[in-house]
Design a protein around this ligand. Structure first.
Ligand SMILES: Cc1ncc(COP(=O)(O)O)c(C=O)c1O
Length: 393
C-alpha cells in the first residue's frame, strides 16, 4: 500500500551523496577500478589510543545502559578543557556544551530549534548541503550567501538585501570550508558577528575541519572572537580531526540559550551516544595531539601531490588553505554535472559536481583528498587522458 509522505518529508530533496555512494558501488560491482573522491569520508584509521579506550570502556558494564540524555559529564568537561588548552576559551561544560550524535544532526537540530515558517536562514553557497535539510524541515526560507572566487570564497554580508536581513534568524558559516577549502580571515568572522548583533540573528559556526589548515595557518575557534558567545555556537566533530566519522560523535559549544534549546530538542529525540564512545571521545580530546598533526601533514602532502598532478595534465587548480577538499574549475564550455559525469563514466573516478553544494558551485567540482597519493595521481592522470585540458609543454 503506498503511503503519502508528510509535507515536511516532501520538502527534502533526494540526498545527493546517498546517490554518489550508490553509483560508485554499482560501478565497482560491474568490475571497474573506481577511485572515489566524491565523498568526505576519511580513509585513515582512528588513532589506536582512542580505539583502546573504546574497547576498555565497552568492557565496563557501566557503559551498557542509557547515557544521561544530554551526554556524559566526563565528555562535557573534556570539551571545556580542550577549549581552554587549545584556544584559551572558557566554556561552562554544563551550560555551554551540547553533545551531538554527529555534527550533521546538530546542524539540522539548530534549525528546528530556531526557525518558524516565514523566517529566513542564510547558508554559504556553495556550502555543506545538510544545512538545507534542517531549514526545509522547519519550513523556513533558505537564502544563499554567495561565495565568489573574486572574494576568495569568503561570505560578504553586504550582499544580503536589507529586506532579507530583517527576516534572518539563523546564519550558517563554515571555515575551513566544505567544499571550497577557503579559510575565513578574522575580519569575515567579525563581520558575521556584527551582522548577527545588528539583526538579532544566531550564528551556527561549523568548524568541522578546524584542525586541517595548511601553510603555517593556525586553527582558529569562532569562540575566540569577542561577542561570539552572545550570538552563536560553534559545531565541531571528531569525524575529521581523529578519523572517527563512523563513530558519530560531535559537540556544539557557545551561547547557553541555544545550547539549552538543542538539549531540550535532543531530550526528545535521542538518548545521546553510546557511553563508551563518549568516553573514547573524551580520551581523543584530552590525549596527545601528534596524531592530528600527522594527519594534517598527510593531507598537505596529498594536496600538493594532487595539485602538481593536475598541473601536469594542464588543469590549473589552486591548493586549498584548509579542509581536505580541492575545488577545481571545470573546462570552459562544460557544466559541473557534465564534467563529473564524464569523469565517472570514462575515468571511473568519482568527483562531486559543484552544483551539489548550491547554484554558485556551477563551474567547479570538488575532489576529496581521502585517498593515498598514488590514487590521487592516478585519478589526475586518468582525467588527463580524456583530453579535456591542454597539457603544458
Ligand atoms: C562542513 C561539514 N560539517 C559537518 C559535517 C558532519 O560531520 P559529522 O560526521 O560530525 O556528522 C561534515 C561532514 O562531511 C562537513 O563536511
Amino acid at each position: 500500500m503506498p503511503f503519502r509522505p508528510s509535507s515536511r518529508l516532501q520538502a527534502l530533496p533526494s540526498h545527493f551523496f546517498a546517490r554518489i555512494v550508490r553509483t560508485a558501488r554499482e560501478m565497482a560491482a560491474a568490475g571497474h577500478d573506481v577511485i572515489n573522491l566524491g565523498q568526505g569520508n576519511p580513509d585513515l584509521p582512528t588513532p589506536p589510543h582512542i580505539v583502546e579506550r573504546l574497547v576498555e570502556a565497552a568492557r565496563d558494564p557501566r557503559t551498557h545502559g542509557y547515557s544521561p540524555f544530554d551526554g556524559l559529564p566526563e565528555l562535557k568537561e573534556a570539551i571545556a578543557t580542550w577549549y581552554r588548552r587549545r584556544f584559551g576559551v572558557e566554556v561552562d561544560p554544563h551550560r555551554e556544551v551540547a553533545i551531538l550524535i554527529g555534527a550533521k544532526v546538530g546542524l539540522q537540530e539548530i534549525s528546528l530549534c530556531l526557525l518558524e515558517p516565514g523566517d529566513a536562514a542564510l547558508v554559504p553557497d556553495p556550502g555543506y548541503p545538510d544545512y538545507w535539510s534542517g531549514i526545509a524541515l522547519a519550513g523556513a526560507q533558505l537564502h544563499p550567501l554567495p561565495l565568489r572566487p573574486e572574494n576568495s570564497f569568503v561570505p560578504d554580508f553586504a550582499e544580503v538585501p536589507p529586506t532579507v536581513a530583517e527576516k534572518v534568524r539563523l546564519v550558517f558559516l563554515n571555515s575551513p570550508a566544505n567544499p571550497t577549502g577557503a579559510v575565513y580571515p578574522p575580519e569575515a568572522v567579525r563581520e558575521a558577528i556584527a551582522f548577527a548583533q545588528r539583526y538579532g540573528a544566531a550564528l551556527a559556526f561549523d568548524a568541522a575541519y578546524l584542525d586541517l589548515v595548511y601553510d603555517g595557518r593556525e586553527p582558529m575557534s569562532f569562540l575566540q572572537f569577542p561577542g561570539a558567545k552572545e550570538v552563536g555556537v560553534e559545531f565541531h566533530t571528531l569525524s575529521k580531526s581523529f578519523n572517527m566519522a563512523g563513530w558519530r560523535i560531535a559537540f556544539c559549544a557557545g551561547n547557553p540559550d541555544l545550547i539549552a534549546q538543542l538539549n531540550l530538542l535532543q531530550d526528545h529525540l535521542h538518548c545521546s551516544q553510546f557511553p563508551a564512545i563518549q568516553l573514547a571521545a573524551a580520551a581523543a580530546l584530552l590525549g596527545p595531539y601528534e596524531p592530528v598533526h600527522a594527519l594534517r601533514e598527510e593531507y598537505r602532502r596529498r594536496r600538493d601531490a594532487f595539485v602538481a598532478a593536475c598541473r601536469r595534465i594542464g588543469w590549473e587548480v589552486t591548493p586549498p588553505a584548509g579542509s581536505f577538499f580541492v575545488w577545481c574549475p571545470v573546462p570552459a564550455g562544460m557544466t559541473a554535472a557534465d564534467f563529473a559525469d564524464r569523469v565517472l563514466r570514462e575515468a571511473h573516478t568519482v568527483v562531486a559536481p559543484g552544483t551539489a553544494f548550491g547554484t554558485h558551485g556551477e563551474g567547479y567540482v570538488r575532489v576529496s583528498l581521502t585517498a593515498p597519493v598514488e590514487r590521487l595521481e592516478e585519478a589526475a592522470a586518468r582525467i588527463g587522458r580524456l583530453g579535456l585540458f591542454r597539457a603544458l609543454p
